[in-house]
Structure formats: C-alpha cells, structure tokens
Design a protein around this ligand. Structure first.
Ligand code: FPP
Length: 241
C-alpha cells in the first residue's frame, strides 16, 4: 500500500460556523449563511483548479429541520439563488452537480426544481463532481441501504449470509447507482467543532480529518489549499503497516 497520497481525490467539508459568524458580526443568521454560500463558491473554484475530483459539502442535514422555519426557508432560498447565479459557470467549467440525500422529501418545490435543473444541465460533465449533501443523514442513508438489502433477502434474491461490505457500500448515496463516489480522503470541519455530526459515517472509515477554528464564512481558498498541503504530507496505511 502506498504510504502517502499527494492530492486527495475526494474532499468533504462540514461548513460550520455561519451562525456564530453572524453573531460575531452583528448580522442575521441568514446573512451568515449567505456569506457561507459565497465562501463555498470560492472553495468550489479552488478545488477545481487544484484538480480535486470530488468535493462534497454538508449543506443541510436531516437534523437541520429543527431550526426555525425562517432559517430553513432561507437556506433553501440561498440554494435557489446559488443555482441561478452559478449554474452557467459551473457547467462551462465542466463541473457535475450531484446530490447526496433525500432532496425530494420535505424540500421546498423551488429548491427541488433548481436542483433538478442543475443535475440535468451538468449530467454529462466529467470535471469536478460537486456533491451537495442535502436533507442528508448518514444513519438514514445506512438504514435505507439495510432495508434495500433486507428486501432482496425477503424476495429470495440474496441470502443474508451473502451480504458483503461492498453490497452495503453500493446501496449508499455514494454507491454504484449514484455515481460510485470514492470514500473521502479528507474531511474538513470549520468553526472549532470536532465531530462528524451524522456525515458520511460509513464512508469516513479511513478518512483523514482536518479541523480549523475558522468560521465557515471566513474560510478562504488559501486556507483550503494549506489544509490540503498538510494532508498530502500525511502517511496513510489503511490499517496496513
Ligand atoms: C452550519 O452553520 C451551516 C449550515 C447548517 C448551512 C450551510 C449552508 C450554507 C453554507 C449556505 C449555502 C449552501 C448552499 C448549498 C446554497 P451553523 O448555522 O450551524 O453555524 P453555528 O453552529 O455557528 O450556528
């Protein structure tokens, strides 16, 4: 097994700290999310320039529904705004937009329409794959995979004793039918929190982590690059020696 990897193929980001940034700057939480969206736009460009193949962002979790209706609505409005202003450029840059999560459930119609437009427009692109985790929860994802496999067992297509890790992987949002996205090499979380918060639990089995105190709206392409450089010096053995 190779001892180190120069460039991560897949970087996943937990964009945390928009609310604290808003408080610190005396503005509304939604203004914080808007600044977060601007930061995200710059990171997509940087990841693309650096030749990263997959960039995944945690935009809205299954737990985020607990927030006020105003904040939830505002985040989805931002998504609509993001697609409206960025889709042409993303497409021109050969970026492929992909969603991880149950984006057709509970999500406002306008946001679903924007997402579907972005997916359709960029479907044939083969540059950076930009995955937006939306109405995403890792436990829900794994539970769904288990249910699908159980159904196959019930229907006699499969024996329980034949279930493999690979079969579980293939049923996840990142699995075969969903673009076969490799596990993240590096997971970045901003704002000083150091936990996964129900993000890519299965896929993160061998991921490296990078934590920074920077609040997401203040996170810059330069810091992104320096975290990637730091990652590239780490030795990864995947449980081997
Ligand atoms: C976490 O900060 C951030 C979110 C729950 C939303 C992330 C959304 C964006 C960056 C907006 C744009 C995204 C798209 C896809 C258009 P927090 O609110 O939990 O911050 P806090 O912990 O400081 O309160």
């Amino acid at each position: 097994m190779e001892d180190s990897i120069k460039m991560p193929r897949h970087v996943a980001v937990i964009m945390d700290g928009n609310g604290r940034w808003a408080k610190k700057n005396g503005v509304s939480r939604l203004t914080g999310h808007n600044q977060g969206m601007l930061a995200m736009k710059e990171i997509i460009k940087k990841a693309d320039m650096m030749g990263i193949k997959y960039l995944t962002v945690y935009a809205f979790s299954t737990e985020n529904w607990k927030r006020s209706q105003e904040e939830v609505g505002g985040i989805f409005n931002l998504l609509v705004k993001f697609v409206g202003s960025e889709l042409a450029e993303l497409d021109a840059n050969n970026v492929k937009v992909h969603i991880l999560g149950e984006y057709r459930e509970k999500v406002p119609e306008a946001a679903i329409a924007s997402i579907e437009k972005a997916i359709k427009t960029t479907a044939d692109n083969d540059g950076l794959q930009f995955n937006i985790a939306l109405n995403y929860g890792s436990r829900a994802e794994i539970t769904k995979a288990v249910k699908t496999l159980c159904r196959k067992v019930e229907e006699g297509e499969l024996k329980a004793s034949e279930v493999t890790e690979d079969m579980v992987s293939r049923q996840l949002y990142t699995g075969d039918e969903n673009g076969n996205i490799p596990d993240p090499d590096l997971i970045i979380r901003t704002s000083g929190e150091e936990r996964l918060s129900n993000f890519l639990l299965w896929q993160a089995a061998y991921s490296e982590f990078a934590f920074t105190d920077t609040l997401w709206p203040d996170f810059t392409p330069e810091e992104f690059e320096s975290l990637i450089e730091e990652f590239s010096t780490r030795g990864r053995r995947f449980g081997g020696r």
